[in-house]
Ligand binder design. Structure first.
Ligand SMILES: Nc1nc2c(ncn2[C@@H]2O[C@H](COP(=O)(O)OP(=O)(O)OP(=O)(O)O)[C@@H](O)[C@H]2O)c(=O)[nH]1
Ligand SMILES: [Mg+2]
Length: 357
């Protein structure tokens, strides 16, 4: 009885074993084939041209993702409340409402959308939005003066000092030497704050005591850069309102003194605007522009605001390029601004067809 069962069991198991062996062979062959394919892919990707292309593609993806997730997260949230699902064509009124919600000035919206049809395609809207940033930077990046002097200007707390650290970090990454000028001599804490950044980034800094002449700091920083053959000079200034006459005269003096230290310096007077203020920042910038002539804008704190649409009005109203946007408090939280990427990031949120541009 026992042996009968045993025999039967054995008879039953035999074909199972065969199947198992067969499966094992199949698995083995499959694995080998996969290994060879992977080896081949690795071999191909080892060629420098393909590797370079892959890195570029990855970088482009990362950069786009960076813009998405950090700079415009809150703005996208607002946009989604107006246009919750992606479409191929979007109603005129919905686009208009979306832009209002994103803090684009109504006057600019009217200008941008003039003559567009009732149902708007991505291509039509993209063209109009990119055109709002028509003020390209007039700097020849391949032919910069040495040292290249940037003066950082803005109201209190806009993010000037932090942006200087980010710009210095960027210079270093590009392989350029950089020196900082602690031109905000108004507060001791301001000199200290920039010194801490200089230590952290391991870059030289020129500073003086609180209350001393800030234009002298600017002069010394440029002179030091010339003597030490340094590529980039970035000079901090005290935060000031466009209404503070004495402080504004000081700013005019700093600009003049820079020009004495080196002809045509400062080469860029950059206005730092707090992105959380949206369109209200435009009036400030206009006043500063009249005072000293601004060459470009950096918009900070874009990570903390749903008013990303204000970038359209800022650039268009001031007729100035936006060079960078700040997306956090750390040294790497600075993105080079590109109108194309900015507009595409917005359109990706509302249009189904990514490629039609
Ligand atoms: N979230 C966020 N915070 C920022 C950004 N830029 C600056 N900040 C913060 O904003 C605050 C003010 O920045 P500062 O760089 O000191 O501004 P400032 O214009 O130099 O200020 P004053 O010298 O007082 O006029 C700090 O807490 C920064 O960390 C940014 O892009 N995103
Ligand atoms: Mg400061």
């Amino acid at each position: 009885m026992f042996s009968f069962f045993k025999k039967k069991k054995v008879e039953k198991e035999e074909p199972k074993e065969e199947i198992l062996v067969e499966q094992e062979i199949i698995e083995e062959v499959k694995e080998k084939t996969e290994e060879t394919v992977i080896e081949k892919i690795e071999e191909v990707s080892k060629t420098p041209v393909i590797q370079e292309e892959m890195v570029k593609e990855e970088e482009a993806k990362e950069e786009k993702k960076g813009f998405f997730s950090r700079a415009l997260e809150k703005t996208f949230g607002t946009i989604k409340t107006v246009i919750p699902t992606k479409k191929e064509k979007i109603a005129f009124d919905d686009i208009e409402e979306m832009l209002i919600e994103a803090d684009m000035e109504y006057e600019i919206i009217e200008k941008a959308m003039d003559g567009l049809p009732e149902e708007i395609t991505r291509k039509q809207l993209r063209h109009r939005l990119v055109m709002l940033f028509e003020h390209a930077p007039d700097v020849d990046l391949n032919n910069l003066p040495k040292p290249f002097v940037r003066l950082i200007i803005g109201v209190n707390g806009a993010g000037k000092t932090t942006t200087i650290a980010k710009l210095a970090n960027r210079s270093k990454k590009e392989g350029k030497s950089v020196i900082l000028g602690a031109g905000d001599t108004f507060r001791a804490a301001a000199i200290e704050q920039l010194s801490i950044w200089a230590d952290k980034l391991d870059v030289p800094i020129i500073k003086t005591k609180q209350g001393h002449d800030s234009s002298a700091v600017a002069y010394d920083t440029i002179s030091s850069a010339i003597a030490r053959d340094i590529d980039n000079v970035i000079i901090d200034t005290a935060g000031r309102l466009q209404t503070q006459k004495n402080l504004n005269n000081e700013l005019i003096k700093i600009v003049k003194v820079c020009n004495k230290a080196q002809e045509n310096a400062p080469h860029q007077k950059l206005m730092i605007l707090d992105g959380t203020q949206g369109n209200t920042a435009i009036a400030q910038a206009k006043a500063f522009n009249e005072m000293v002539g601004i060459d470009g804008i950096i918009v900070t704190k874009l990570d903390g605001t749903a008013k990303g649409g204000a970038l359209f009005s800022i650039s268009n109203q001031l007729e100035l390029p936006i060079f960078f946007v700040g997306v956090g408090e750390k040294q790497d939280d600075l993105i080079e601004f590109s109108p194309d990427k900015f507009v595409d990031s917005l359109l990706d949120e509302i249009y189904v067809d990514e490629e039609t541009n």
